[in-house]
Ligand binder design. Structure first.
Ligand SMILES: [Zn+2]
Length: 464
């Protein structure tokens, strides 16, 4: 496969290099398999392979773009003529910030390639886990999913970039629905892993699916906390979700440039407590694997917030030129059929110095918000108002974790919430979801999110 994608990219570049001031070609191969079992039965198998090629050409400040699906060599000539037609039709001046043309070949870590295992074995594992997840008669619906994904991205350009990246990931998802005395509760949780099939043997998945059903049953008897402003302790997944939605999107420089982000005039301003440090990084343990972006820019670790001060936005080469800076390597496209947009990679808060036990012992009254079962949220990027539905919650009183609470909506204003952080634990974890992605302008990309346990004083339980 590697040879084919390179051959396609090089064929296109050779045909056009003498007619443009700059051009780049992206070739994308995406393969995924999802097995779904429900109430002890195999419900669905989705298996797909998708191929796409994109060509971007520049001449005299004008830009043209065309893309095709499939790897049919005959259609590559059509791709070239479409890109040049689009160039002729371009009416605006376009500028890309400088970048070093890199050459690289990188692959995410894996031990056992998923393709080496027969489908029957994967179905069997999924069915077994599904049986285990039905822990009592109260579990009326149980869905267990197994997913695997492999993608190859090839980037080549007329100025000499030549980058091939390969990302393999796997995951398991459990959704349990419990019912008793007319009350229904549903909890859905995913664990995704950068790597191959070894993940099936490296974790206790029986315990994982049982735990989700057990928590769902407990939620049948859990109460809702009153609607009030009360401190919350967010676990790594919860703070990650909050940061992704409320700050990460507002840092995307296309939104900043258009004037729609609340952060537009806030570079260098204090937007969080002094102990808060936030990064966007292309390669982190158990995060999405983006060592190079879809413009061939090496994605390092971008410092977004340092000691509470906003230091940088996220850029592609186009926004970097507009802001007279360099790209941060955040140009990402779902596939080569689509144009890269400014997207987050792994967006997270770095750990502090509190031990988690100390952080809880030091808390008089708060709600512990776990990310288990948390649902995506929404943010108004121009005001910073965010809302998301928590995972399973617990009441903390006088330094002790007490009863389990129902899932709750949490809302607030991002800079107010980040400025009210008064304790950050020294733990850390990062997450992503193989079954879902972050959506922007119709494109879904996988993103990583996470951080340490964090105590936040100014958020609202309930929606404002
Ligand atoms: Zn998002």
């Amino acid at each position: 496969m590697k040879e084919i994608v390179k051959e396609i990219g090089n064929y296109v570049i050779k045909k056009i290099e003498n007619f443009v001031s700059y051009a780049d070609v992206r070739v994308h191969m995406f393969r995924f398999l999802v097995i779904k079992t429900e109430n002890r039965k195999l419900k669905e198998i989705q298996a797909k392979e998708k191929y796409s090629v994109a060509l971007r050409v520049m001449q005299n400040g004008k830009i043209g773009f065309a893309s095709i699906t499939g790897f049919n060599k005959k259609s590559l000539d059509k791709l070239i003529s479409n890109a040049f037609s689009s160039l002729k039709a371009c009416s605006t001046n376009f500028e890309l910030a400088e970048r070093k043309p890199e050459k690289a070949e990188v692959c995410s870590n894996f031990k056992l390639h998923p393709c080496k295992f027969p489908l029957e074995e994967k179905i069997l594992i999924c069915e077994e886990l599904n049986k285990i997840s039905i822990t009592s008669a109260k579990i009326k619906v149980s869905e267990t999913w197994l997913g695997e994904m492999e993608e190859i991205r090839y980037f080549t350009s007329t100025d000499g970039a030549d980058i091939i990246t390969k990302f393999i990931s796997t995951g398991i998802k459990q959704t349990s629905v419990a019912k008793e005395n007319g009350r229904i509760q549903k909890l859905s949780e995913t664990k995704s892993n950068v790597g191959g099939y070894e993940f099936v043997y490296s974790e206790n998945w029986s315990e994982f699916v049982r735990k989700i059903s057990f928590l769902t049953e407990k939620m049948l008897h859990s109460s809702f906390p009153p609607k009030e402003k009360i401190p919350v302790i967010l676990d790594p997944k919860s703070i990650g979700l909050l940061l992704h939605e409320s700050l990460g999107h507002a840092c995307e420089a296309d939104l900043v440039f258009s004037g729609s982000s609340l952060l537009k005039n806030m570079l260098g301003e204090k937007i969080a407590s002094e102990s808060v440090n936030i990064y966007d990084s292309g390669v982190e343990e158990n995060g999405v694997f983006v060592p190079y972006d879809d413009e061939g820019v090496k994605k390092g670790k971008t410092e977004i917030v340092k000691n509470g001060v906003l230091k940088s936005f996220l850029h592609n080469r186009e926004t970097a030129a507009k802001f007279s800076t360099t790209s941060t390597g955040n140009a990402r496209a779902e596939n080569a059929f689509m144009l890269p947009l400014v997207r987050q990679t792994n967006f997270f808060m770095s750990p502090g110095d509190y031990k988690l036990e100390e952080l809880i012992e030091d808390t008089k009254k708060a709600i512990y918000v776990s990310g288990i079962g948390a649902k995506g949220g929404e943010t108004n990027v121009s005001t910073g108002y965010f809302t998301f539905t928590s995972g399973v919650c617990y009441l903390i009183e006088n330094g002790e974790i007490k009863k389990q609470l129902a899932q709750i909506p949490i809302s607030g204003f991002v800079t107010e919430a980040l400025s009210s952080i008064d304790a950050i634990a020294n733990d850390f974890s990062l997450h992503f979801n193989i079954f879902l992605g972050c959506k922007k302008e119709g494109q879904r990309v996988k993103v990583g999110f996470g951080g340490p346990h964090v105590r936040v004083n100014k958020v609202m339980i309930g929606v404002l």
